[in-house]
Design a protein around this ligand. Structure first.
Ligand SMILES: *Cc1c(COP(=O)(O)O)cnc(C)c1O
Length: 336
């Protein structure tokens, strides 16, 4: 099977499994796992933040990250298609009493989810009003998943950040695929990191580690995040085996994301998708009979993701090499 459903499907490579097997470990709830500590220190540094916390999933990273900058009864403002309000099971409300408000940004099928700083700023509600739910934070997703892996424009991120400092509103970055954004745009990870108060980044998407995300922020906030992680049941013990996979991925799987992006371009060209709409490792096929194509492709050994009845998503990753991309393109082009 050539699995193009998501970049979460990657399996740890033989070399990654070896470093996992040999990882130095300790009890991370005591703060004594050397591999976890090394990973946290490294990721904090990469994003220009003081501290970091290893968490089991991107959902936990996002939700704790938002809770650090938003009190119960306040709201987080974000794009209507953001992962934090679409795919995290209402966690902000269900667990933290955080209200969310969304704005539709970009154009469906063309840069859907693209950040427009002023559009969000216009919707922010003040903290000192007796009637309004206060907007404590804005969440930004980069790259944008439902937008088809688009990279958020740096000038918009900058203007949001500069405005937020004056306004006293926090910025949370859902950076599950910030690595793809950095590789595609040539922007430093630290540049993105410094434009957010809290950021959650995933090791188990394009980087190919089996488990885990890292939340970065100030030392003070990360100390609080550690309490929340324990409350949520995310305090792990000898999790260094997982951190070792993450460290290995940062050494060996970061720069190669460019290859995934090239593969996505190839797929786009072969399938009649405008290559300029493909910014990272995702290709969206719009206006197709999604269930029919998905089923027929599966019968020929190609798995794709149905976003809706008329929309298919293809994601390139570590476990899909050039030959597999060519074969998937042959199968899908014939079906289309
Ligand atoms: C995958 C993803 C997450 C985290 O998801 P988990 O499955 O909880 O690890 C967060 N944000 C975006 C944009 C994602 O694609």
């Amino acid at each position: 099977m050539i699995d193009l459903r998501s970049d979460t499907v990657t399996r740890p490579t033989a070399a990654m499994r070896r470093v996992m097997a040999e990882a130095e470990v300790g009890d991370d709830v005591y703060g004594e796992d050397p591999s976890i500590n090394a990973l946290e220190e490294r990721v904090a540094g990469m994003f220009g933040h003081e501290a970091a916390l290893f968490v089991p999933s991107g959902t936990m990273g996002n939700q704790i990250g938002m809770r650090l900058v938003c009190e119960p009864g306040q709201e987080v403002l974000c794009d209507a298609d953001a992962h934090v309000v679409t795919y995290e099971m209402g966690a902000a409300a269900a667990i933290f009493g955080i209200s969310t408000r969304t704005v539709v940004s970009g154009t469906p099928g063309r840069g859907q989810g693209r950040l427009d700083a002023q559009q969000l700023i216009d919707q922010v509600r003040p903290r000192d009003d007796w009637h309004l739910t206060a907007t404590a934070a804005i969440a930004v997703e980069n790259t944008h998943n439902r937008g088809g892996g688009i990279v958020q424009p740096l000038d918009e991120l900058r203007s949001l950040w500069n405005w937020s400092r004056e306004a006293g509103v926090a910025v949370h970055l859902d950076g599950a695929r910030i690595w793809n954004a950095a590789v595609a745009s040539g922007t430093e990870l630290a540049t993105y990191g410094r434009l957010a108060d809290t950021a959650s980044v995933c090791l188990s998407k394009g980087l190919g580690a089996p488990v885990g995300s890292v939340l970065v922020s100030s030392a003070e906030r990360i100390a609080t995040a550690r309490l929340w992680r324990k409350r949520l049941g995310g305090g792990m013990r000898q999790a260094g085996v997982l951190a070792a996979a993450g460290l290995y991925a940062l050494d060996h799987h970061l720069d190669r994301l460019a290859e995934d992006h090239e593969h996505a371009q190839l797929l786009a060209k072969r399938l009649g998708v405008d290559p300029s709409s493909v910014e990272t490792n995702m290709v969206v096929l719009d206006d197709v009979a999604a269930p029919v194509i998905a089923e027929a492709a599966k019968a020929q050994g190609v798995l794709v993701s149905q976003v809706s009845a008329r929309k298919i998503r293809l994601v390139t990753h570590l476990d899909v090499d050039r030959a597999a991309v060519d074969r998937a393109a042959d199968v899908l082009a014939a079906l289309l």
